[in-house]
Design a protein around this ligand. Structure first.
Ligand SMILES: [Zn+2]
Length: 199
């Protein structure tokens, strides 16, 4: 008759299985697929961009060293986009901006938000009810500063953009609360307006 493992061994095996399943709790993880920083994530994968949007921590399609980002962005933008900082409310260049155009990622120029989705939230940070496309951003749980929030990152370069909250206006009911420093507005020109008019 086959001998069963001793009780101590079973406890050990169960513990290994438990930690294998939950080993990354407490880390930042993707809210869409629950992948953690150490595991690949399918967040935002779409027909358009496919593998481009699959990410691992530190392995985004656009990747640079800290030194390179600092040199490219300057200290203020670097601190917010690459170190997860937050600009003071009402201090950024876009919180009250009403110009038409597309807001690009300040780090990699990916188009992130359209001015049509921007609204006056009264918070002092530029706020949008949705990104241009869901696969342009990555959302992940952020438990820093004693709060549970959902952080928003650029899906192309991993830049910290801000956070998203469930208190936005219709049609999504979401509020993407973004640092001005993480954005660069590409203004819509009059020529483009006429070109998009239907015949
Ligand atoms: Zn980016």
């Amino acid at each position: 008759m086959m001998s069963l493992a001793r009780p101590k061994q079973w406890v050990w095996i169960l513990a290994v299985i438990f930690f294998w399943r939950c080993g990354s709790s407490g880390q930042k993880s993707c809210v869409r697929c629950d992948a953690t920083g150490e595991n690949s994530c399918e967040a935002g994968v779409s027909n358009e961009t496919d593998k481009m949007m699959t990410h691992k921590k530190g392995s985004f399609p656009v990747s640079k060293t800290d030194e390179e980002w600092l040199e490219l962005l300057g200290k203020d933008v670097y601190e917010i986009t690459r170190r997860g900082g937050t600009e003071r409310a009402f201090s950024g260049k876009y919180w009250d901006c009403k110009k038409e155009g597309v807001y690009l990622c300040a780090c990699c120029d990916q188009a992130l938000f359209h001015s049509e989705a921007k609204y006056a939230s009264g918070t002092g940070w530029p706020s949008y009810y949705e990104p241009i496309a869901q696969n342009r951003v990555i959302e992940r749980k952020d438990t820093s500063h004693g709060m549970v929030r959902t952080e928003v990152l650029c899906a192309r370069c991993g830049a910290h953009l801000g956070h998203v909250f469930p208190d936005g206006p219709e049609p999504t009911g979401r509020r993407f609360c973004i640092n001005s420093a993480s954005l660069e507005l590409r203004e819509r020109r009059d020529k483009e307006k006429t070109e998009t008019t239907r015949p």
